[in-house]
Design a protein around this ligand. Structure first.
Ligand code: GLN
Length: 297
């Protein structure tokens, strides 16, 4: 095999991605893939253009590029995705955490911090539920923030998923990020949870599947689990189910926080209002789209 230098690979990436002007292949995925293989910081691509890839590095690179071209997201090749400045293992059983979901985490933290301190001793321990946890990114980020930033050890976190495979990854991610006290439950939404007083929650958070089954956007998301992405009834079936039953599992005054589609804000606010939620509000994502709706019961 002829030796390939970083310089030549960079040219190859440029050609493959058409200098980022054409196609749907982001050039940074290919450079990030290259950096992952050679295990170097990004500055290396500038400072060491004459570095020669070994045969196995080159082979790994090319195999990955073919997979990326065929629709595999970079995160499934590296098995890693950063979220809330933490590192998460992901695979084909888990949705890849999106930056927009950080808005959901942010809003829940803001609400928790806005609660009067006088409630601290009444509701103790305080309890948080993440429905459809996937990689665990929401539950783990929240538990991590509560424990290490807010230094509040009065919270218990429960994370639910239907997929045993996803829960395996989520448990691993909790251990890697030092929040081993999260309780993971295999359940279809609330089905395996109790409505007894001491098991009620102060916060329920979820990033459920919400994309309409006929949405063209799904054709670009072929690698991720469809059950985590799409739902019947214009993408609203799971959101409705979560909202309708949330009052049974929340303490009075508790928070429900949901991620949803950019065009579902008004409908989700209505669903919350119809189910007795107050102080209902929608918050935008980093792109300025409706993304998170919150309400109190
Ligand atoms: N926001 C994701 C996307 O559009 C979907 C996440 C979800 O369905 N919960 O790619």
């Amino acid at each position: 095999m002829t030796a390939f230098t970083i310089y030549q690979i960079k040219q190859q990436i440029w050609q493959l991605t058409n200098g980022d002007t054409g196609g749907t292949l982001p050039s940074f995925w290919l450079t990030d893939w290259l950096l992952y293989i050679i295990d170097k910081p990004s500055s290396f691509l500038i400072t060491d253009e004459n570095y020669e890839l070994s045969d196995s590095e080159l082979e790994q690179f090319n195999t990955g590029v073919a997979k990326i071209q065929a629709g595999t997201p970079l995160a499934y090749l590296t098995g890693q995705q950063e979220f809330w400045s933490l590192n998460f293992t992901v695979n084909e059983h888990t949705l890849i955490p999106r930056p927009d979901t950080e808005v959901l985490v942010e809003q829940v933290l803001k609400w928790i911090q806005s609660q009067p301190k006088s409630l601290d001793n009444i509701n103790k321990p305080k309890r948080l539920l993440d429905l459809g946890t996937g990689s665990g990114c929401i539950a783990i980020s929240l538990a991590h923030e509560l424990k290490y930033q807010l230094k509040d050890d009065s919270w218990q976190t429960v994370a639910v998923d239907l997929s045993a495979e996803a829960l395996k990854i989520a448990r691993h991610n909790a251990a890697v990020n030092d929040v081993t006290d999260i309780e993971f439950v295999q359940s279809s939404w609330y089905d395996e949870l109790s409505t007894q007083d001491e098991h009620l929650f102060d916060v329920i958070v979820s990033n459920p599947p919400y994309i309409d089954e006929s949405d063209e956007h799904l054709t670009h998301l072929i690698a991720e689990p469809i059950s985590a992405l799409s739902a019947p009834n214009h993408g609203l079936a799971d959101i409705e189910r979560i909202v309708q039953r949330a009052p049974l599992y929340l303490r009075t005054g508790g928070l429900l926080a949901l991620e949803h589609g950019f065009d579902q804000g008004a409908t989700v606010r209505q669903i919350l209002a119809d189910n007795g939620f107050t102080a209902v509000q929608t918050v935008q994502d980093f792109g300025g789209n409706d993304r998170v709706t919150l309400g109190e019961i």
